[in-house]
Design a protein around this ligand. Structure first.
Ligand code: 13P
Ligand code: SF4
Length: 373
């Protein structure tokens, strides 16, 4: 396959008062070529066949190519947010999981199911939040603040997860931090500063932040968004909380990928402006055929991939690579077995908490009072 490489350049985070800096600044992504019509049909047929032959199931994120989303659903797999991807992979009986998304999603699946084979179309599909939070620097940050409960976003390495007390995704972060605050916890938060500040504003929790950001959501611009809102006065604005505070302030609904889908379904507006990765448009449009979805404006510097509202690493996932890894068993996700038990604990806490919430039970009882054994 012909692959073009692109540089992914992102802002070097600056230390906030009492916060931390990360050292990573440059990365790259591979851009797979779109297959032609007949090749695409053949690849899909091959994947359907191989999934059956290999007792495998596809788990895809909302930001990957529509073909990978549709194929996952059509074959009995899942397209969803990172929280539900983790739960589905753990609970499904298939012995092989094919995770289309970014690396932390494959690693989370492996940590939860070490006995399963977890394959990814491209193991180099990473995330600026993961890159911007190296485990050794993060560990030193935690060591410097031992009185704080460490809450880490799912978009991190297994080693960073292993250093945390609680894992969260954007769909459960508010509930978990609120429950921790209610039990007297002071929080050390990593790595996304925008999501962290949003949660701090909403809950009033005492949070010390790592200073990472998502190269996609960080690019949404408030002034241009206001211009677009004026052009569409009846439009509702849906924003992912990894976006800057000025953009979040303009939102009618702030939510994770699944929160955005829910809001779009429930609100009776006809036009929506959406500030999240444009991979979401596929599901939003399929589920809401009578509604119009517009992309929120980014910096408009289309010369760099970071301003196109599509994650360059999510874009690395291709039909050809799904077929290849299923056929050959290549690209198996490996997580150091010594790390797995420690990394699993905060993930299990998150899954138990969110299951209790879903079931209408008192999830807060799963959070200990600070100082309690
Ligand atoms: P979700 O947890 O909402 O799936 O988001 C993951 C992500 O990478 C957002 O940019
Ligand atoms: Fe990471 Fe942002 Fe890509 Fe999500 S969209 S995987 S947070 S870089």
């Amino acid at each position: 396959m012909n692959l073009a490489m692109k540089e992914v350049d992102y802002e070097q985070p600056q230390a906030e008062a009492g916060g931390a800096v990360c050292a990573t600044k440059h990365a790259w992504a591979r851009v797979p070529q779109e297959p032609g019509r007949s090749e695409r049909t053949a690849l899909k047929d091959k994947i359907r066949r191989l999934l059956k032959e290999k007792n495998a199931v596809m788990v895809s994120h909302y930001y990957v190519h529509p073909d990978l989303q549709d194929l996952a659903e059509e074959t009995g797999g899942l397209v969803s947010d990172s929280l539900e991807m983790a739960r589905f992979g753990r609970d499904h009986s298939a012995q092989t999981l094919v995770v289309s998304g970014v690396r932390f999603m494959g690693e989370t699946a492996k940590i939860l199911s070490p006995e399963k084979r977890v394959l990814m179309p491209d193991l180099d599909a990473t995330c600026s939040l993961d890159l911007g939070c190296p485990a050794d620097e993060f560990s030193a940050f935690c060591d410097a603040h031992p009185e704080r409960t460490v809450v880490v976003y799912a978009n991190t390495s297994a080693a960073v997860k292993a250093r945390s007390d609680w894992l969260v995704t954007s769909s459960c972060a508010l509930d978990i931090v609120k429950a921790l605050k209610d039990k007297g916890h002071k929080i050390l938060w990593a790595p996304d500063r925008h999501l962290g500040h949003y949660i701090q504003r909403e809950t009033g929790a005492d949070m010390l932040m790592w200073n990472g950001s998502c190269i996609v959501h960080n690019e949404f611009k408030a002034i241009e968004l206001q211009d677009l809102m004026q052009q569409h006065p009846g439009a509702r604005v849906l924003v992912h909380p990894e976006s800057p505070a000025e953009v979040v302030a303009l939102a009618d609904a702030v939510g994770s990928t699944s929160g955005i889908l829910k809001a779009a379904h429930e609100m009776d507006a006809k036009v929506f402006i959406v500030a999240t990765d444009n991979g979401m448009m596929h599901k939003l449009r399929t589920l809401n055929p009578g509604k119009l979805f517009l992309e929120a404006p980014t910096s408009g510097n289309s010369a760099t991939c970071k301003s196109c509202a599509h994650c360059p690493w999510m874009a690395m996932n291709s039909l050809a690579d799904v077929a290849r890894v299923l056929e050959t068993g290549a690209n198996e996700v490996q997580v150091d077995p010594a790390i797995i038990p420690k990394a699993r604990l905060p993930i299990d806490r998150m899954l138990a908490f969110t299951s209790a919430l879903k079931g209408g039970n008192d999830a807060g009882r799963l959070v200990p009072h600070i100082g309690a054994a």
